[in-house]
Design a protein around this ligand. Structure first.
Ligand SMILES: NC(=O)c1ccc[n+]([C@@H]2O[C@H](COP(=O)([O-])OP(=O)(O)OC[C@H]3O[C@@H](n4cnc5c(N)ncnc54)[C@H](OP(=O)(O)O)[C@@H]3O)[C@@H](O)[C@H]2O)c1
Length: 323
């Protein structure tokens, strides 16, 4: 039994984290919701008990406490070092520590065996990366992957509470002056501004984090877009192997893979909202190249893409025996 806390408990990931902890009967003896001074004192319900939102101060942290981070990267850089110093395990959803070579970036179905129970921080990957890694990793049984191309259609909740509120405002008729700022009935083809290479930050995360989690160095070509969907990220994936592969073999492998459901035709974000599964849909060989597989991957970005994956990491950490 552990003491746990959610930092950013009033945000989309934090609220989902609280639901997932309850759904999975997480073995906590006490619970603390933390957020900014904007939310201090606001009431959060956990297992039918009302908890006032607190500010995270060093005296609120106990040795052995598990802190689930659901704040932006800049905010995480303020509270994570203090929490580690006080003896907590931090499982952080932000991008702040994901590519730190000393920090494990974990998707339990893929590299959960690396969790020792002795970490002081484990990073939770980007939402679009998690569902890609869950679908891709088992397919390595078919042969060596030469490259992967992924195009994403990402839900607005992936950008947090302000973005979802903006979508609702635009759906109700308050449109921005500049069409490029409109997400309602639109597609935004750069998630974050492009860097000097021309890639946006979401593309860089998919390219780098996928290789770190899978322990591979094949190229991942990513193109990411925001679409006017509330929740559920959709990805069109192309995988090139160095040998001929059969799509029916891929189906068999994925049917036996943890966390994956296989669908023949037409899965959508509405199918996955509030669920824990990663759906791999319409798996097919490319008609021109038998060493290429194509499929869609759909998952709830707030659950498997964030909160569920973080809670699974904590469960594995506890099972590894240090708490
Ligand atoms: N949304 C997704 O699908 C998703 C998926 C994977 C990873 N992530 C990552 O998860 C993190 C949270 O995302 P989100 O979508 O939940 O964002 P969000 O809805 O905007 O929530 C942000 C949370 O951070 C809190 N916060 C802000 N300043 C703080 C401070 N100084 N101290 C403590 N808490 C503070 C906010 O509290 P107040 O209410 O008091 O402002 C709120 O609870 C981000 O790093 C994001 O990149 C998100």
């Amino acid at each position: 039994m552990v003491t746990c806390g959610v930092v950013g408990a009033t945000g989309l990931v934090g609220e989902t984290m609280i639901k997932v902890l309850q759904d999975r009967s997480f073995p906590s003896v006490s619970f603390h919701p933390f957020a900014s001074d904007r939310s201090e004192g606001k009431i959060v319900r956990y297992r039918n008990i009302e908890y006032p939102v607190e500010l995270l101060r060093p005296e609120a942290i106990n040795k052995g406490m598990i802190l689930f981070g659901a704040t932006s990267a800049n905010i995480a850089k303020n509270w994570v070092p203090m929490s580690i110093a006080a003896g907590a395990l931090v499982i952080d959803n932000s991008s702040a520590y994901r590519m730190d070579p000393d920090v494990l970036l974990a998707v339990p179905e893929v590299n959960g065996y690396l969790i020792t129970g002795k970490e002081n921080i484990i990073a939770n990957p980007n939402c679009s990366t998690i569902q890609l890694a869950v679908a891709l990793s088992p397919l390595r049984q078919l042969g060596n992957i030469e490259w992967v191309s992924v195009s994403t259609y990402q839900a607005v909740s992936g950008a947090g509470t302000p973005a979802l509120e903006e979508l609702k405002r635009q759906q109700n008729g308050t449109l921005p002056a500049n069409a490029a700022d409109s997400i309602h009935e639109n597609i935004i083809t750069s998630i974050g501004p492009p860097d000097e290479s021309g890639c946006c930050c979401e593309e860089v995360k998919l390219m780098n984090e996928t290789c770190k989690i899978m322990g591979t160095d094949f190229p991942v070509f990513a193109a990411t877009a925001r679409v006017p969907v509330r929740t559920g990220h959709t990805e069109a994936v192309v995988v090139k192997f160095d040998n001929i592969v059969q799509s029916n073999e891929a189906v068999k492998i994925l049917l036996e893979s943890p966390g994956v459901a296989v669908s023949e035709y037409g899965s959508s974000p509405l199918d996955v909202e509030n669920t824990d599964i990663v759906i791999v849909d319409r798996i097919r060989n490319n008609p021109r190249d038998p060493s290429v597989l194509q499929f869609w991957v759909v998952a709830d970005n707030l659950r498997k893409g964030a909160a569920l994956n973080a809670v699974q990491i904590a469960e594995q950490y506890i099972a590894a025996g240090s708490v």
